[in-house]
Design a protein around this ligand. Structure first.
Ligand SMILES: *Cc1c(COP(=O)(O)O)cnc(C)c1O
Length: 221
């Protein structure tokens, strides 16, 4: 099936209030353009360099979302144009984004990525650490960051109960943090190709879907 028809199918399956981030990592700009021409405007990438290259190559009304781990030394690659960073996972990174965003005179939407999955390898804040940092009031000193909500990745498993446990934890963390931020703290970025229908049940407002739209990824290139 074509990218346009896959995109349409995914769109039709989302209830109102849930927005689609089309995850275009590893796919070439021509494929991204197909999705753009079918009306998609929000794209997600996990590598700063690749995202910057696609930003240069593609129409400028695309909203670019960084969904992968960001090293502090790569912050300046994305700050000039990125719309939302889903993967804010440390105080060092928050400070680096604030500094670069202030220098660029931009305000950047960020999500707090929280680690809930069984895999140790997955990134994100440990909940207690994040809560302590938020309570310290550090974000009040970062006027160029707009903290919009929470992002997370569920355990990679066929066990639906484990996936439900992870999404429920992320939803509840988002609710627990809401009182520290303003009404703009309204975003829950959960759900990928394999698990997004479940994520929607747990209050997803952004789903991040790649392979279901663009086909299987080729990591060898
Ligand atoms: C790659 C990726 C996705 C999309 O994965 P698919 O299985 O292709 O839908 C979503 N979120 C993150 C953080 C990713 O790295």
């Amino acid at each position: 099936m074509s990218i346009a028809s896959q995109l349409q199918q995914v769109r039709n399956s989302l209830p109102p209030g849930v927005e689609l981030v089309a995850v275009s990592k590893t796919y070439p700009p021509e494929r991204v353009l197909e999705a753009y021409e079918a009306g998609q405007r929000i794209f997600g990438e996990n590598r700063p360099q690749e995202m910057a290259q696609k930003y240069e190559a593609l129409p400028k009304d695309i909203d670019w979302h960084l969904i992968g781990h960001l090293q502090t030394n790569k912050v300046k690659l994305v700050v000039p144009f990125v719309k939302m960073i889903h993967s804010l996972d440390s105080s060092r990174l928050a400070e680096a984004i604030q500094k670069a965003a202030a220098a660029a005179d931009r305000t950047i939407d960020v999500l707090l990525e929280i680690h809930v999955a069984d895999e140790e390898s997955k990134s994100g804040w440990e909940w207690a650490e994040l809560l302590e940092y938020v309570r310290s009031g550090a974000f009040a000193q970062m006027p160029n960051l707009r903290v919009r909500g929470v992002m997370g990745v569920a355990t990679n498993t066929d066990d639906e109960q484990v996936i439900r446990r992870d999404f429920a934890a992320l939803q509840s963390h988002k609710n627990d943090l809401a009182s520290f931020f303003g009404p703009e703290f309204d975003t829950l970025s959960i759900g990928m190709s394999q698990d997004y229908p479940i994520a929607v049940e747990y209050g997803a407002t952004l789903v991040r879907i790649g392979s279901l739209i663009f086909g299987a990824r080729d990591y060898s290139k």
